[in-house]
Write a protein that binds this ligand. Sequence first.
Ligand SMILES: [Zn+2]
Ligand SMILES: [Zn+2]
Length: 259
Amino acid sequence: MSYPPIKITFLGTGTSTGVPMIACDCEVCTSADPKDKRLRSSIMVQSEKTTLVVDTTPDFRCQMLREKVKKLNAVLFTHPHKDHIAGLDDVKAFGYFSKKPMEIYANSLTEEALKREFTYVFADKKYPGIPELNLNTITEEPFIVGDLKVIPILVWHLKMPVLGFRFGDFTYITDANRIDDNEKEKIKGSKMMVLNALRQQKHISHYTLEEAIATIKELNVPKGYLTHISHQLGKYADVNPTLPPGIELAYDGMQLFLD
Ligand SMILES: [Zn+2]
Ligand SMILES: [Zn+2]
């Protein structure tokens, strides 16, 4: 069965502080280039029938308004860090119009965190106006959202398991610094992939620029897009031209098309 054509929109490409970072006067944070304005990392994946987002960042509301999203079928979560879940409350706007609970896909680690950090959403006595959610637990098995088959890929963020997702020939991975060999097999054959690249200097739980480039090359994916970028990486206009052919820095609003 063939995969439907999909459009990917980068809703945000910044690390947990975003770029510019509050109170920072560095040349990246004060750059006038729109490609140096990075909201927290998330993508939207759309087919003709289905719209989903991966993660709800603290910037989720602004991201939905900027992209004029009118319909959202599902949210897929990568991991429970705050920069990936904080915007969840704002899915209530979609429920207000659709009169349906939002379909949430997360592994059990993230589900526990959602129940802890959004207690009011899961309370027995709910007050009006809160988001309604329908939790779907992700295991290692592929699952279906609308007309999109999704293959979960387990990656490591130091010691925290994080989910990457493959949609047809497109793979999205954020917040990783290690991928086991058997999971690498699930990525191989992708035509495009997104991978996190925080900065040049070593980090405990994120790939560096060099490590991300090496990983994309090792996996033989012809087109690589880097995300979850810190202001420490440098300006888009300085860094992007130095990258090897086929690898680019992603930027907010960037779109990719796969048919
Ligand atoms: Zn993150
Ligand atoms: Zn994280």
